[in-house]
Design a binder for this molecule. Structure first.
Ligand code: GLU
Length: 495
């Protein structure tokens, strides 16, 4: 088998979209599975719309996702000579011709054809110009585009799509399409093929939105005498209303950067994306990189469009709840040392990091993450909902404040009493702290829950979380006692 060489060729006209990331992921998987190569090619020929920021955004996004490439980034604009040369080759071999029809002529003809309900397409006026006629028009200074000469014959052009089977299109359905503009600039259809030939691309894995180009591009491969790569067209990703997801209608949630900023784990996003348009044929949904590389096949790419279920999720913002669930699953099950590195970045950013967490307090740091991660949705939660473990300036959420503190003004004396009992403990253990708390509740003739919920709120600011006595152990005797003694502030702040 020839070497597998796939490519990801984004046009750098915006941020890295999750649809683009999915395309990159599938190509990456196919390269990895076959010990092949992934080529990153920036299709920057549209100079007006291409931006440096977008190029950087694409590179950063792919790197963050862990989708590494083997060659590139190549820039399409650097290969302009190849594109011109290919157009000249097609002219010389009779597969293309110069067309001098003006835009006005073409518009008039199109309108007339529409009015007569005839087929609208280029009518072939310049298809058979003699060399003398061409010279004469050029001498008059008329501008010409270059059109590809679609064979005028019965039958159809076809290719074998790995996902969709044989795709056919009648020659009569394809007009002589433009490959070079009158200003001498080759068009995308041609550049893309020329680059894929030069880069020796074996498989083209891209969205079904490119299918209308593919048959024309197959004609170009034939005309340029190059082998046709294997095509695999992926379904599109739509929202629940069956609209294509886009920045205009869905905003930032379609950008990879959004998930990075919200504290998602890159592989959780990849794992979610692969299931949008591919299925393993089993019930398994969570895959490690290696597992996915092992089971991935082009044939299992779906034929039908997939749905991005855009709605409010448990992480309090709009995206697909399945993506949030996937992130939670990874957050809760990943190797704790790996998580430690990711959370470190968040804590550093928030000014909550101390190098001791990499040194003498490393065990405490990792144990604490392990304790609190169960209820968290994203990496951001460690520095927000988990702030009380790393700093004293944590917020008390309004709901538990009202329910667990303000409703029970006696806690103002009860919690400092508990602090005194804790301070006398030689053995500040889960068992002993629990015993003392329950004894105090019995003595005061109140439900232990009142003390426990009050303590939870004062100590963490949260309504829910890990087991109360585990929290005490994570915070340590000194911090627990100081915070319980200082409960007054919660009432004072209300005045
Ligand atoms: N530059 C094109 C795009 O971003 C690439 C299409 C292709 O994969 O051939 O849509």
């Amino acid at each position: 088998m020839t070497e597998v060489r796939v490519r990801f060729p984004p046009s750098p006209t915006g941020y890295l979209h999750i649809g683009g990331a999915r395309t990159a992921l599938l190509n990456w998987l196919w390269a990895k599975k076959n010990n092949g190569k992934l080529i990153l090619r920036i299709e920057d020929t549209d100079a007006e719309r291409s931006t440096k920021e977008s190029i950087q955004g694409i590179i950063d996004g792919l790197s963050w996702l862990g989708l590494d490439w083997d060659e590139g980034p190549y820039f399409q604009t650097e290969f302009a000579d190849d594109h011109i040369q290919a157009a000249e080759q097609l002219l010389a071999s009779g597969h293309a011709y110069k067309c001098f029809c003006s835009k006005e002529d073409l518009d008039t003809k199109r309108e007339a054809a529409m009015a007569a309900k005839k087929e609208v397409g280029y009518d072939g006026t310049c298809r058979n110009l003699t060399p003398e006629e061409i010279t004469e028009k050029e001498a008059r200074g008329l501008a010409a585009v270059i059109r590809f000469k679609v064979p005028q014959q019965e039958g159809s052009i076809s290719y074998d799509d790995k996902v969709l089977g044989t795709i056919e299109r009648a020659y009569s359905d394809i007009e002589d399409f433009v490959i070079v503009r009158s200003n001498g600039k080759p068009l995308y259809l041609l550049c893309n093929v020329v680059d894929d030939i030069r880069d020796r691309i074996s498989h083209i894995i891209r969205g079904q939105d490119h299918m209308s180009n593919t048959t024309r591009q197959v004609l170009l491969y034939h005309a340029l005498g190059a082998p046709v790569p294997i095509f695999a067209h992926m379904p599109l990703t739509l929202d629940l209303q069956k609209k294509k997801i886009s920045k205009r209608s869905h905003g930032e949630i379609v950008s990879v950067q959004f998930y990075r900023e919200k504290g998602f784990l890159p592989w959780a996003l990849c794992n979610f994306l692969i299931l949008l348009g591919w299925n393993p044929g089993t019930d398994q949904e969570v895959f490690s990189r290696d597992e996915l590389i092992e089971v991935f096949t082009l044939e299992r790419i779906s034929k039908v469009n997939s749905v991005f279920n855009y709605q409010k999720g448990n992480a309090k913002f709009f995206t697909d709840p399945k993506l949030i669930a996937m992130n939670e699953q990874y957050l809760r099950s990943m190797e704790i040392g790996e998580l430690g590195k990711l959370v470190k970045k968040e804590l550093v950013e928030e000014g909550l990091w101390t190098d001791a967490y990499d040194g003498e307090q490393q065990q405490w740091y990792l144990d604490t993450l392990d304790l609190i991660r169960d209820r968290f949705h994203t990496l951001k939660d460690f520095a927000s909902a988990g702030r009380a473990y790393f700093a004293e300036d944590y917020a008390i959420e309004p709901k538990p404040l009202k329910k667990n503190i303000l409703k029970h003004p006696d806690l103002k004396t009860w919690l400092p009493m508990l602090a005194e009992l804790f301070s006398k403990l030689d053995d500040f253990s889960k068992e002993e702290t629990e015993r003392v708390s329950r004894e105090l509740a019995a003595e005061l003739d109140i439900k232990p829950g009142i003390l426990i919920n009050g303590m939870r709120t004062v100590l963490t600011g949260q309504l829910a979380g890990p087991g109360m006595f585990d929290i005490l152990m994570a915070l340590g005797k000194e911090r627990v006692i100081a915070r319980l003694r200082n409960i007054d502030r919660l009432y004072d702040e209300q005045d």
